[in-house]
Ligand binder design. Structure first.
Ligand code: UTP
Length: 296
């Protein structure tokens, strides 16, 4: 086999309705909710850039203009920061517009994750590409995405991120039937969407990071819409499995989920505690709350 091309493109689907976060997401994107002092989607873009990706396509929809504005120059703000001598803030807001080549395309209506990925077809063309879901991101110490890119480089085939969950939890996720290759690598034999624990082929849940071969787009065209007219990404991957091997990289921790309120709150607390400038005061406050509320 010839050497597979390097993964340089990423797609970030961010056009969902975020109904689990209403009313916060009525007029603004879930992906723009701040985690400490950065919107969730900026962590994702930084994660992609750190893994060597320099071309990012964000799939947006209604109420999502703030995402485009966030990665664009804001000359009035820059002028005021400069005039006020706030040089480090100025450097930061300019630097974030230079992170990568960031493009946007609209998903006309939110017809599901599979549909969102399919609108990237023209931009991605005949190249391998990463998909990073817009409501979760990995800690900067995580090597998950680079490991997945490395696996693609080795096999030239699609790769999914898998994490072990409690057996009871598997009904909330796509679930993989694995064949073990090495410690953190499996070949995926089958995928089942949200199985009952008793029927689940494993407790390996599919998480929101993928590397795909461009053949995925052909499968997405063939997927029949399911409940609510949604085109499911899992269905397209299951079809791809019939033609090409698909691999899974397993990982243990370092994942932050901003798609639900409880997980979002956890992400904020954990990341705030990692910040040297916030930890002393915030940590003392938390310790006090824990004691006052009798939480331990
Ligand atoms: P989710 O299903 O978690 O997001 O999709 P959602 O639909 O916005 O959330 P709820 O269930 O209503 O609370 C995972 C990612 O895929 C994007 C979302 O924006 C999110 O980042 N997505 C989902 C799309 O871009 N288009 C869609 O049609 C569906």
């Amino acid at each position: 086999m010839s050497t597979p091309p390097i993964v340089r493109k990423a797609v970030i689907p961010a056009a969902g309705l975020g109904t689990r976060f209403l009313p916060a997401t009525k007029a603004q994107a879930k992906e723009m909710l701040p985690v400490v002092d950065k919107p969730a989607i900026q962590y994702i873009v930084e994660e992609a850039v750190a893994a060597g990706i320099d071309d990012i396509l964000i799939i947006t929809g209604r109420s999502k203009r703030s995402i485009e504005d966030h990665f664009d120059r804001q000359f009035e703000l820059e002028y005021h920061l400069d005039a006020a001598g706030k040089q480090s803030e100025l450097t930061e807001v300019v630097a974030l517009t230079e992170l990568a080549d960031i493009h946007f395309v609209r998903q006309g209506s939110p017809l599901g994750l599979g549909h969102a990925v399919s609108v990237a077809r023209k931009h991605v063309g005949d190249n391998p590409f990463a998909v990073l879901l817009g409501d979760e991101f990995m800690a900067t110490s995580s090597t998950l995405l680079p490991d997945m890119i490395q696996t693609y480089a080795q096999y030239g085939r699609s790769v999914m991120a898998l994490q072990e969950v409690e057996p009871e939890e598997i009904r909330r996720y796509g679930c993989a039937k694995p064949e073990r290759i090495s410690d953190h690598l499996v070949q995926i034999l089958d995928l089942v969407e949200k199985p009952e624990p008793a029927e689940a082929p494993s407790n390996l849940a599919v998480m929101g990071r993928y590397i795909f071969t461009p053949e995925l787009f052909e499968k997405l065209e063939q997927v029949q819409p399911g409940v609510g007219g949604e085109i499911q990404l899992t269905d397209a991957i299951a079809m791809l499995l019939a033609d090409q091997a698909v691999y899974g990289v397993t990982f243990e921790g370092g994942r932050y989920d901003t798609g639900t309120v409880p997980a979002y709150l956890q992400a904020i607390v954990e990341l705030a505690l990692e910040r040297a400038d916030l930890r002393p005061e915030f940590g003392a406050f938390l310790a006090d709350v824990v004691q006052r509320e009798g939480l331990v």
